[in-house]
Write a protein that binds this ligand. Structure first.
Ligand SMILES: [Fe+2]
Length: 272
């Protein structure tokens, strides 16, 4: 049996080890999560269309540019058809976007790079964040959609503003050709219940929750943010659509990740 002193010593060492891991190892790790989403009515020309999603960069104070650059390089290496950036570019100040946005210029997706803003962007300076992203060639979708042509086929990519901003799902999903498969970018995943009611979206891509960021069993529910609790990470079926919530790249609040490795999401659309 462990003596009280040995038990306390072992516990202290375990806490220290956990702290070192959560502070210095996991936040600088990176996982590629691959998911295949069957889409009804997907044209043959779009079969296998690859979307790479990145979210929750939170540049400064805890997450730094070299780590984000690694995630961007990983996205490049996946040879994407489209890259989507799902919000929360900045954290403490909007000015960080002036350093971050140019890094997106190196993305090589055949159909370009598209983005929505997150609650932190909306809170710190949406105009500056939007301007910098556009300056780097990123298409920012605030309550609107674009249709991209691949061969004879079309894919609609819609974006809705953060729930902390001027969310207007109706405008985001209005108009366009009938029967065109639709991907919605929405920073906060829990908007999915509302989205599913529209019946026009095949796939919603979200971030925001950081997968809980610090996922200790006892505190799991406490670590999830508002609007990111129900569809917190991974894949969900909500009505007729699929929701995919990535764990994001950076950290916010505390510079720690435990049980929620930063993620680059590789999403392949296939014919249902
Ligand atoms: Fe967020």
């Amino acid at each position: 049996m462990l003596s009280r002193r040995t038990f306390l010593g072992t516990s202290a060492l375990a806490c220290l080890g956990g702290g070192v891991y959560g502070f210095g190892v996991e936040p600088l790790s990176l996982a590629v999560e691959s998911v295949t989403v069957p889409v009804r009515g997907l044209d043959e020309a779009l079969d296998g269309f690859k979307i790479v999603a990145l979210s929750d960069f939170h540049l400064y104070p805890f997450t730094e540019l070299p780590f984000i650059q690694r995630a961007i390089d990983t996205a490049r290496g996946l040879n994407p058809d489209l890259v989507v950036l799902v919000g929360d570019f900045v954290d403490a100040t909007a000015e960080a976007i002036l350093e971050l946005a140019p890094a997106f210029s190196s993305l090589n997706a055949r159909q370009g790079v598209m983005a929505v803003l997150g609650n932190h962007d909306v809170g710190k300076g949406p105009a500056l964040v939007t301007r910098a992203l556009k300056g780097a060639g990123v298409e920012v979708l605030v309550n609107r959609a674009v249709e991209i042509g691949v061969g004879q086929a079309y894919l609609r990519v819609a974006g809705v503003d953060s729930l902390q901003g001027r969310q207007d799902l109706g405008s985001a999903l209005r108009g366009g050709k009938d029967g065109v498969p639709t991907v919605l970018l929405a920073h906060e995943p829990d908007i999915a219940d509302l989205v599913a009611q529209h019946g026009r979206v095949d796939l919603q891509i979200s971030g925001h929750s950081h997968g809980g960021q610090v996922r200790l069993p006892v505190f799991e529910s406490l670590s999830l943010p508002r609007w990111g609790r129900k569809y917190a990470f991974g894949r969900y079926q909500v009505g007729d659509m699929v929701v995919y919530t990535g764990r994001g790249i950076g950290t916010t609040g505390v510079p720690i990740r435990i049980g929620s490795v930063p993620e680059v999401s590789e999403i392949r659309l296939v014919r249902a």
